[in-house]
Ligand binder design. Structure first.
Ligand code: KG4
Ligand code: ZN
Length: 336
């Protein structure tokens, strides 16, 4: 079964063609990063406009690169939620138009389920059940993926997402957007020395939940106080220690969730899964616990449409299609 995937939830316009949820025939991503860099973050109105300008060319290119015509596609999967509403609407309306005109089924996909499905494109044999650490710009969750479309959230962030926390601190350090990527590049080769101390955060009675706002505030206060005292901060060492602290929050919950669930397979998913420290620590933990670890290649960690087509394949098989009354939504539970 051949699925055309379309993604426009944030700052990448993407289209891809994927066979049976596992094999990428094409994967085209048109990024808007350079546009938003000027403002230090995504400007929603600019994102929507740019998606409108790019989407037809991106979809055309994806079909062309896959060597397929629209008539050879079996279904059209599109990110319908969650994300920036104006940005999502561009992809959803484009997909609705294509589905209506071609008579193909339309499959709405949850963006985060797409990130999880990036792991199906990496290893043909990898399949549920598994424990997944989901870390993106807007989400931080520990989820039990019981089946392709059956999710149970075990832990969630009470405030900021890990990606937001990286982005905000990187911005204050003067690093380019997207901050998480810049911070990783700056500190990847540097060992954290614990020279800068950050709080370990625990959510009372919910040991698998996360909270990053305290960690973020502690980092910003440290920088602010140093500035007021006229002290210079070694931003590379600071960035390394801070990154270690964020990763430690993630890994400690993953470790606990492994103990609690007894799961033997782990995956990480979402933009922050590209983080070199997180990848290294997750590997270390899984080796220690003697469980397998699936990690998407860097090319599939960020937003792309191959992951949407992969998730769309399983949603389609579960009967989750939509009509032309499909609407986008800025928020949506991963479990639904
Ligand atoms: O999944 P994603 O591409 O978009 C959302 O669905 O939110 O995630 C984007 C987030 C941004 O916060 C970005 O800074 C972060 O992922 N990110 C990273 C790295 N690469 C992307 N954070 C830390 N280290 C990285 N290497
Ligand atoms: Zn994403």
């Amino acid at each position: 079964m051949i699925i055309l995937g379309i993604e426009s939830s944030c700052d990448e316009t993407a289209a891809a063609v994927v066979e049976n949820g596992r094999t990428i025939l094409s994967n085209v991503v048109s990024t808007q990063i350079d546009l938003h860099k000027l403002y230090g973050g995504v400007v929603p109105e600019i994102a929507s406009r740019k998606h409108i300008e790019s989407i037809d060319k991106v979809v055309e290119e994806a079909l062309e690169k896959a060597g397929k015509t629209l008539s050879e596609i079996d279904a059209i999967a599109v990110t319908a939620y969650p994300g920036l509403i104006g940005a999502l609407l561009v992809g959803v309306n484009f997909a609705k138009g294509l589905a209506f005109a071609s008579g193909k089924p339309l499959v709405p996909v949850h963006h985060i389920r797409g990130h999880v499905a990036a792991n199906y494109l990496t290893d043909e044999q990898f399949k549920p059940p598994f424990l997944c650490l989901i870390v993106s710009g807007g989400h931080t969750n520990l989820a039990l993926i019981k089946d392709y479309t059956d999710y149970e959230i075990l832990g969630r962030t009470r405030d900021d997402a890990a990606g937001e926390c990286f982005d905000k601190v990187a911005r204050v350090l003067g690093l380019a957007y997207p901050g998480g990527v810049s911070l990783d590049r700056l500190t990847a080769e540097v060992k954290g020395e614990g020279k800068f101390a950050f709080p370990k955060v625990r959510v009372a009675d919910h040991p698998l939940d996360f909270s990053f706002s305290g960690l973020k505030s502690a980092a910003l206060n440290l920088l602010h106080n140093a500035e007021q005292k006229g002290e210079t901060v070694d931003i590379v060492q600071f960035g390394a220690d801070f990154s270690d602290a964020v990763v430690e929050e993630l890994i400690s919950r993953l470790s606990l969730a492994l103990d609690e669930t007894g799961m033997k397979q782990v995956a990480i998913a979402g933009g922050v899964s590209a983080n070199s420290r997180l990848r290294a620590q997750a590997k270390k933990l899984c080796e220690k616990k003697k469980v397998s670890l699936a990690v998407p290649p860097l090319s599939l960690c960020g937003d792309n449409a191959a992951m949407i087509a992969a998730a769309g394949y399983y949603e389609y098989k579960a009967g989750n299609t939509a009509g032309t009354d499909l609407n986008a939504s800025a928020t949506r539970s991963i479990e639904k």
